[in-house]
Design a protein. Structure first.
Length: 155
């Protein structure tokens, strides 16, 4: 199989200079904007634990969200190929980060609740989560476990 390379261009612009820049730890806002050509801007900050704005997305939220979204996209693809009609998909994903000499994530747990068409193979629908995890570009790039605890029901 030929290897293809994809590049992603994102601009992060700090918008938190409150007049004196980073003259002190509490002298500036952590606010920023994440943009990419032709897409809506994402308003970002840091986690409130690090003086961020809780109404904005922080990098940790985005990492957990990216992992969940990638898994979902692969899962939907694999279900479509297998003839399973997914009618609803909601994931209550949770990431765990610890602080120490270096802060790091220790795991992400995906908890997708999936509804499939009546009569579809529920066991296969459950197993396809494993295959989606194996294919997920984001999960394959992480150095910590991504666990999946799916629940499948029929309409």
């Amino acid at each position: 199989m030929a290897h293809r390379e994809h590049k992603y261009h994102v601009t992060v612009t700090w918008t938190g200079n409150q007049g004196t820049g980073t003259s002190g730890y509490k002298a500036y806002s952590r606010d920023h904007e994440i943009g990419s050509a032709g897409k809506a801007t994402i308003l970002g900050s840091s986690d409130p634990a690090f003086l961020g704005d809780r109404s904005r997305w922080n990098p940790e939220d985005l990492l957990v969200g990216s992992t969940s979204a990638c898994h979902k996209l692969w899962y939907l693809h694999l279900c479509a190929e297998a003839g399973i009609a997914v009618l609803d998909y909601v994931d209550e994903a949770e990431g765990t980060m610890v602080e120490g000499a270096k802060g790091r994530f220790t795991q992400i747990v995906l908890r997708p609740r999936v509804t499939v068409r009546a009569g579809d193979d529920v066991d296969l629908a459950r197993r396809l989560h494993h295959d989606a995890h194996e294919q997920c570009f984001i999960a394959n790039s992480l150095n910590f476990p991504v666990l999946c605890e799916p629940s499948i029901r029929t309409e």
